[in-house]
Design a protein around this ligand. Structure first.
Ligand SMILES: *[C@@H]1O[C@H](CO)[C@@H](O)[C@H](O)[C@H]1NC(C)=O
Ligand SMILES: *[C@@H]1O[C@H](CO)[C@@H](O)[C@H](O)[C@H]1NC(C)=O
Ligand SMILES: *[C@@H]1O[C@H](CO)[C@@H](O)[C@H](O)[C@H]1NC(C)=O
Ligand SMILES: *[C@@H]1O[C@H](CO)[C@@H](O)[C@H](O)[C@H]1NC(C)=O
Ligand SMILES: *[C@@H]1O[C@H](CO)[C@@H](O)[C@H](O)[C@H]1NC(C)=O
Ligand SMILES: *[C@@H]1O[C@H](CO)[C@@H](O)[C@H](O)[C@H]1NC(C)=O
Ligand SMILES: *[C@@H]1O[C@H](CO)[C@@H](O)[C@H](O)[C@H]1NC(C)=O
Ligand SMILES: *[C@@H]1O[C@H](CO)[C@@H](O)[C@H](O)[C@H]1NC(C)=O
Length: 686
């Protein structure tokens, strides 16, 4: 509602843009609209249907035709069904996808040409999107989808040219930078090989190359080459390039665990004077590089020992030349040691791009840009460290205030803002040496501190606002909440919120009365009205108004998987012994003890989060799991406890954090020896 009022208010003032995320420069030429309900075809310009953008970061760019097919699926997702056909011109009730011959009209903030721009033209009979490239046309399709959602499928009539100001806009828009090797940090342990081995370390890309056998670890937490390929293909199909990083010569414990002889006395760092170090790092890049489909790769080069700056620069230059020679790719590093003009200094080559992250490490403008380097802005102004806040610099969620007021003069943030407080440290908006901005989420507290979905919630509410600024849009703070509420639930091809369609607040209800159980079909009816009927599996049956379970594989199978925050999952249970999964699903499970402990525990990503509550045997208990925002609570009768985790903060101290865990819903009662009844899932809390 709020959004509609705002839109009406603005329509009379500014007709030169479409509200959206990002905003789109657009001149409205008529009070009429084009109604997408009349659409029947997406026509792909025959002369460009197999053209691919060559200028972006990806080596696997989709063709115009392939983008059209993905767009067709997204339109169907909002109830607009159209066929994709080749053609040579716009026709009535079609969206015509073509490429524009005049590339000079698509320019970025520096005034340079960009292949990511597009021209959108809406008439009373249809729509034409002409891209600077197929990728540009793809961004135009995003605008059509957004405007359809905002204006009840009716698009305003007029024309606009829209181009991103910067070429790298992450994490959500067009670059997903994945940091694929690192370890938990504890300075007290890094000086000793024995103690360092206790720290969790990961190297995420598996390989069949014998030269790197044993490096990828933990083996159950790595991407196989085919899975990683698939991930990159899926991202590319939506205009997103994965930019992979293996970190060295600091943050390198996954490597030093594997090759201890090349460590410095600080076990997290490689000894760059050791003759085996460079060949070792080259060996793992060689093993992976053909499976990386970006034109740039990231070699880390962050937080190294400042006694060895020349060795560091030589290493970066050697690696950059090596990567170029075996793959043609270029190299990126984190901003670490500013170049020095002192005699005898060796500096990083200028074809290596620098990801600026903290003014204390480097002054992106004076140290790098003024010395001829090209940078990406990842200033820690937009750093997040899962669930941790120092109360000041690092907030717990991506801060929307910083998006709309993150420039020294209080105006909106932009990719050229390297210092939110001091304008002297910022290059001009049209500096061609700023490639863009990438926001960052770290997980410094190790795998037990969080779940995959919690990482999503850190950026869920704020990232779209930041995306407008990364593009160069002019979204106003007062318009954001309304646009977000309209657009976020409809983001295509994902359900990260783990929503379950439901007629009312009760999503699922299994009461086990005789009238709703069919022994013939072994079905338990869902009383919610949603039709999520369960099926009795492996000897599970209903008797005396309760589900009877055998402590082995008997269970009630549901058609659901998981439910994200918020929810209340309630039930009654009579266990004859401890053990078994009360509920289980792909993201989590809820256990009645684990064999050594009788405590109730939620398990997410294979890590158990127990509470100090135990079910009494041979009597009925009423149990509840409640997810409220970032917190989860478990109750047995009148006793209620929060599910929490002690996070080890940089090895320095422990801090208690909340755990948000999805409701596990796929199977009920597997391994439970006893009975369950009155099972209900609701979206209501408290
Ligand atoms: C375009 O970018 C290049 C660097 O890639 C720069 O030298 C040139 O000045 C830029 N052009 C404009 C118009 O800014
Ligand atoms: C690094 O390796 C070199 C060559 O093996 C060795 O001489 C040197 O002592 C090592 N440095 C450290 C700090 O371990
Ligand atoms: C702003 O930055 C400049 C250049 O780095 C520096 O000389 C100046 O002291 C800074 N001003 C403040 C108020 O910190
Ligand atoms: C069971 O849970 C307890 C408490 O969290 C834990 O200490 C123990 O290692 C777990 N045992 C197994 C077999 O997972
Ligand atoms: C991988 O295996 C280790 C050791 O068994 C286990 O602790 C960890 O939870 C597993 N990780 C995942 C994601 O399954
Ligand atoms: C767990 O609960 C029991 C019984 O209420 C209590 O005696 C014990 O101190 C609790 N343990 C912890 C670690 O809170
Ligand atoms: C969950 O409930 C909390 C507390 O009432 C509320 O702030 C939050 O917006 C809710 N989250 C969702 C996704 O509904
Ligand atoms: C979680 O892991 C950290 C190290 O990564 C450790 O310090 C902490 O004790 C662990 N917390 C629990 C509750 O096991």
């Amino acid at each position: 509602m709020r959004f509609l009022l705002v839109a009406v208010g603005l329509a009379s003032l500014a007709r030169s843009q479409l509200l959206g995320i990002p905003t789109v420069p657009f001149t409205i030429t008529s009070d009429k609209t084009y109604d997408l309900r009349n659409l029947h075809t997406i026509i792909v310009d025959l002369s460009h249907s197999s053209t691919r953008d060559q200028d972006g970061l990806t080596l696997i760019p989709p063709s115009l035709w392939e983008f059209a097919e993905t767009f067709q699926g997204d339109l169907a997702g909002i109830g607009v069904n159209a066929v994709v056909l080749p053609g040579i011109k716009a026709v009535s009730n079609a969206i015509y996808l073509t490429l524009d011959n005049d590339k000079s009209q698509f320019v970025n903030a520096a005034g340079n040409k960009t292949s990511e721009g597009y021209r959108l033209s809406v008439t009373s009979s249809g729509i034409t999107i002409s891209g600077a490239s197929p990728l540009g046309a793809w961004w135009g399709t995003r605008t059509v989808l957004q405007q359809a959602l905002i204006n009840d499928k009716k698009l305003k009539i007029g024309t606009g040219i829209d181009s991103p100001g910067w070429s790298e806009r992450g994490m959500m828009q067009n670059v997903l930078h994945l940091h694929l090797s690192d370890h938990v940090w504890d300075p007290a342990k890094l000086g000793s090989h024995q103690l360092a081995l206790e720290l969790y370390a990961g190297f995420r890309i598996a390989s069949t190359d014998p030269a790197v056998a044993g490096l990828a670890r933990p083996t159950n937490e790595t991407y196989s080459p085919s899975v990683f390929d698939n991930l990159q293909q899926k991202c590319a199909s939506r205009g997103v390039t994965i930019l992979p990083e293996f970190e060295s010569p600091g943050h390198s414990m996954a490597t030093t665990d594997w090759r201890p002889e090349i460590a410095l006395s600080d076990f997290s760092m490689l000894n760059l004077s050791h003759p085996e170090t460079l060949p070792t790092v080259k060996s793992y890049w060689k093993a992976a590089i053909n499976n990386f489909h970006s034109k740039i790769v990231h070699i880390g080069a962050d937080e190294y020992d400042s006694n060895f700056i020349n060795e560091y620069s030589t290493f970066v230059n050697d690696m950059s030349e090596y990567i170029q020679s075996i793959s043609g790719k270029s190299t990126r590093i984190w901003g670490t040691f500013p170049p020095s003009h002192a005699p005898g200094s060796i500096n990083v080559n200028k074809d290596v791009t620098v990801q600026h992250w903290q003014i204390g490490q480097d002054n992106g403008l004076f140290d790098f840009i003024d010395n001829g380097y090209t940078i990406v802005n990842s200033d820690d102004y937009f750093y997040l460290d899962l669930k941790y806040s120092d109360g000041n610099q690092y907030p717990k969620e991506l801060d929307i205030q910083r998006v709309f007021h993150g420039s020294p003069d209080g105006s909106a943030f932009a990719p050229n803002i390297l210092d939110a407080a001091n304008a002297t440290n910022n290059p001009p908006r049209d500096s061609p040496n700023v490639l863009g901005h990438l926001a960052v989420v770290w997980n410094d507290w190790g795998p037990n501190a969080s779940t995959y979905h919690e990482a999503y919630y850190m950026v869920r509410n704020g990232l779209p606002a930041l995306a407008d600024k990364q593009w160069g849009g002019s979204l106003q703070e007062q318009d954001y909440a309304g646009l977000f509420a309209t657009l976020q639930p409809a983001v295509p091809d994902q359900n990260l919120d783990q929503r379950i369609p439901s007629k009312g607040p009760t999503i699922l209800s299994y009461a086990f009365g005789s009238n709703i159980v069919s022994s013939l079909t072994a079905t338990v009816r869902d009383g919610s009205g949603n039709g999520y009927h369960g099926s009795l599996e492996n000897g599970a049956y209903v008797s005396g108004g309760a589900l009877q379970l055998n402590g082995r594989s008997a269970h009630l199978k549901t058609p659901l998987t998981s439910k994200g925050r918020n929810y209340t999952l309630s039930f009654s249970v009579l266990p004859k012994s401890h053990g078994g999964a009360l509920f289980s699903g792909p993201d989590s499970s809820f256990l009645n003890g684990n064999g050594t402990s009788t405590n109730l525990m939620l398990v997410a990503d294979n890590i158990a989060y127990p509470v100090n509550l135990t079910l009494a045997l041979n009597k009925w208990s009423d149990v509840k799991v409640e997810a409220i925002g970032p917190q989860t609570f478990i109750s047995v009768g009148t006793q209620r406890q929060e599910v929490t985790i002690l996070m080890g903060i940089w090895g320095g101290y422990m801090e208690e954090g909340p755990m948000a865990i999805e409701a596990p819903l796929a199977a009920i009662g597997q391994g439970i020896n006893g009975q369950m009844k009155n099972i209900k899932l609701s979206s209501d809390v408290l």
